[in-house]
Design a protein around this ligand. Sequence first.
Ligand code: ZN
Length: 202
Amino acid sequence: MQGKLELMMGPMRSNKTAELLRRAEMRRQYAKQYVLVLKPSDDTKGGPGVVESRNPNGGGKMSAVEFRAADPWEVLGAIRDTEQKIGKRVECIAIDEGQFVDQLFLFVKYLLDAGHDVLVAGLDLDFRAMPFGEMLNLTWLVNAYGGSITECMAYCSCGARALYSQRLIDGKPAPFDSPIKMPGDSYEPRCAEHFVLPGRTH
Ligand SMILES: [Zn+2]
């Protein structure tokens, strides 16, 4: 039987990771499922092997299997090893920071076809307000396999709903042509009125 996909998307500080971990914990506690939490190793916000929410009030920590974002397929071996160790199927795979994962669409489709339920949390848009990685492509899989799409909400400091992740470098809005990944940058959620992108042509 095919699995179902639960997709959690939104800008920075929309509690995506906390929501992912909450759902993983509920499956463990109440559905008695084995949930394997995966984290691409380009992610820097937690310690090694640990997925951690930025929100100190939400979710807390949960141990996770790290993998290289460039090669999600190396996780298949870890799933097989886990299933041998626990003597049953891994019912659910939870992936945090999905926007960083190469071949995310194919990888998630493979897991669904193999019968795993899949949870994916990630940014829908990058700092340029353009689709981030393959996150938006996953909506096709929700339609085809069933599951749900959750738009995680964030708020601008003006109080309006924030759809965008404002990148700041030394406190100033980052230009359109700065690299997608950049050490030392920071982000805050902003509404359309307060989102600033110097150098944008359209
Ligand atoms: Zn605003």
